[in-house]
Design a protein around this ligand. Structure first.
Ligand code: GLY
Ligand code: MN
Ligand code: MN
Length: 440
């Protein structure tokens, strides 16, 4: 059994240990999504399902039944069929799944409606991700209906339905050393992409050409997909937070903001760098960049176990507000401007988010209405930014259209933190030197 599969087995045990007595948990694989006509989107397994199984195929269902003597972990998946596999590709099949995924039992997915009511019957509670997927909600209710229809014969339908998300997502929030290895590798591959794009960038290119450099580095290093749509935003486009068209020409004098990260082994990276198209920052671009960099450094410094989740954000707000006042872009006392949230005209998002199998990973940010405390094993992005809208007539023209974000992936360690996304030029001097040396 591989160490990864052993770890998934442990996760299932941990989850089952936290479930209420006499319950069952049901998880479905992600459905296949159609792009158009007969063309499918590349398949991506549900993050929860993958976390517990390591199984990447569609048309599968996992039942966790703590205390069941004949087996606690039951998987339903596509049956082997040489003729179908000739058309649609190889599948694992239930027999191999028992060994390869270390589950107790596995059945063909075609038998699920026949078998599952029997597994639910007699259990008091059903855990599942209620209200997420209409089709799955319907299927669960249909299985319950089958049990109800037999209640005169003594069948006992479940009395409670519980959200699975909370228990499972608290587990996912704390990353193991195996997960951190994958996330480090994802960040390392993404760093290659960022460096490649930075090295080849020249005015006159299009944003999509830089996107191609990212994809080239991601794919040739074993990533099968970006973790989210890459943002390659030149000039004014950098002020659109989720710009993904990537169709504009990169102009002399533009800043280029690239927010891109690959997915590796189902784990995301999420990195942003902003650099001058020509290789040299203008004085205004440099002034804004230096503030964002200082804000990022202050926020990263605030990442340590026991710190409030809001501490890094607060640190970034303080540096950005003070910096904008110094440049005359905000007027007033920093403390009052922070209270009034005046910085939000320029910095309108939070400093970061959990990162893991999902780019915006699961896990609560607040517990009992209060920001939670950071713990070793949590991974967060730290990504402050300043975006001066091209339409902002309240500021001098020379500032308009400057958009800067700097984003790294940061692990909370026992002693403080570790930046996972290293090796990409970040200071003004590092970027200018790197771009000057780059062979075009
Ligand atoms: N790439 C999306 C984000 O930074 O949250
Ligand atoms: Mn990002
Ligand atoms: Mn992010």
């Amino acid at each position: 059994m591989s160490s990864q599969i052993r770890e998934m087995k442990t996760r299932r045990k941990e989850l089952m240990a936290q479930m209420e007595p006499n319950s069952i948990a049901l998880l479905a694989a992600a459905p296949v999504k159609m792009r158009n006509a007969d063309a499918e989107y590349p398949y991506r397994q549900s993050s929860d399902f993958y976390y517990l199984t390591g199984f990447a195929e569609a048309d599968a269902l996992l039942a966790l039944i703590p205390g069941r003597k004949q087996g606690e972990v039951v998987l339903f998946c596509t049956e082997k069929n040489p003729e179908k596999e000739l058309w649609h590709g190889r599948v694992m099949g239930p027999d191999a799944a028992i060994d390869e995924l270390a589950v107790d039992d596995a059945y063909p997915i075609g038998d699920v409606d026949e078998i599952l009511p029997g597994l639910i019957e007699g259990r008091d509670r059903v855990y599942y991700a209620m209200g997420k997927d209409d089709q799955f909600d319907d299927r669960v209710m249909n299985w319950v209906k089958v049990i109800r229809s037999k209640s005169k014969m003594g069948a006992h339908p479940p009395g409670e339905f519980m959200m699975l998300d909370h228990l499972l997502h608290e587990l996912r929030l704390i990353k193991s050393s195996g997960e951190i290895k994958l996330m480090t590798q994802a960040a390392k591959i993404s760093a290659e992409g960022h460096k490649r794009a930075m090295a080849v960038c020249q005015p006159g290119m299009h944003e999509y050409e830089l996107e191609a450099e990212l994809l080239h580095a991601f794919t040739r290093n074993g990533s099968r997909s970006p973790a989210y749509s890459s943002i390659v935003a030149a000039g004014d486009n950098a002020c659109i937070l989720h710009y993904t068209e990537n169709t504009s020409e990169v102009k002399e004098g533009d800043l280029v903001l690239i927010d891109a990260g690959c997915e590796f082994g189902h784990y995301a990276s999420d990195i942003t760098r902003t650099f001058p198209a020509s290789g040299k920052f203008s004085p205004e671009q440099k002034a804004i960049y230096e503030i964002v960099l200082k804000a990022q450094e202050a926020a990263i410094k605030a990442v340590e176990p026991g710190a409030n989740w809001d501490a890094p954000h607060k640190a970034s707000v303080k540096v950005i507000t003070q910096g904008l006042v110094k440049l005359g872009l905000l007027k007033g006392k920093p403390a009052e401007l922070i209270k009034k949230q005046a910085y939000r005209d320029f910095y309108m998002h939070r400093v970061g988010h959990w990162l893991g199998i999902d780019v915006h990973d699961v896990g609560d940010y607040k517990i009992d209405e209060k920001w939670r405390l950071l713990e070793p094993g949590m991974v967060t992005t730290i990504e402050p930014g300043i975006y001066i809208s091209p339409d902002n007539t309240k500021v001098a023209k020379k500032w308009r259209g400057i958009g800067v974000r700097i984003e790294d992936d940061v692990l909370v360690t026992r002693k403080g933190h570790k930046i996972l996304s290293t090796g990409i030029p970040k200071t003004v001097a590092e970027i200018e030197t790197f771009m000057a040396k780059a062979v075009h």
